[in-house]
Ligand binder design. Structure first.
Ligand SMILES: [Zn+2]
Length: 146
């Protein structure tokens, strides 16, 4: 009896999302790092070593409630474990800092847009992942870590 053709495995969407998060979170950290190795927590200023479990990329508008805000650059900043997890993003301070950094108009526009859809297809994830991967390579070159 001939063997049944194996069904073609479709890579899960969650894996594409995971790939993108890895590059995107690294970009958020490298972009704000002076030397490519250390970055400050956005909300308490603690010095964090990139790549360690204390160095997170945290959201102002939480990804749990606003799935469309997960990969919005202005919504994500480097944070320490305590601010991101224990203080659930330390959002009052996060918002204050954002207003100082990017201005009220940008913050208000982002807030109004907070319910945008978080549904994307594989192509969207692949394109974004490639974009941030490239950005990270450029940042690493700038920092002298090729
Ligand atoms: Zn912190």
């Amino acid at each position: 009896m001939p063997a049944k053709p194996k069904p073609k495995k479709v890579r899960k969407l969650s894996l594409f999302k995971k790939d993108l998060w890895k590059e995107f979170a690294l970009f958020v950290k490298l972009q704000r790092s002076v030397d490519g190795a250390w970055v400050n927590c956005y909300t308490c200023n603690a010095n964090l070593q990139i790549g360690t479990s204390n160095c997170h990329a945290g959201h102002w508008l939480p990804q749990g409630g606003y799935s469309g805000m997960v990969f919005v650059e202005n919504n994500v900043r480097p944070q320490c474990y305590v601010c991101n997890v224990r203080y659930s993003g330390n959002t009052p301070v996060f918002e204050q800092k954002l207003r100082e950094e990017i201005g009220d108009a940008e913050v208000d526009a982002m807030y109004l847009d907070r319910r945008q859809s978080g549904k994307h297809d594989r192509g969207w994830y692949q394109q974004k992942t490639a974009h941030y991967k490239h950005q990270n390579e450029l940042l690493r070159q700038k920092h002298g870590h090729n």
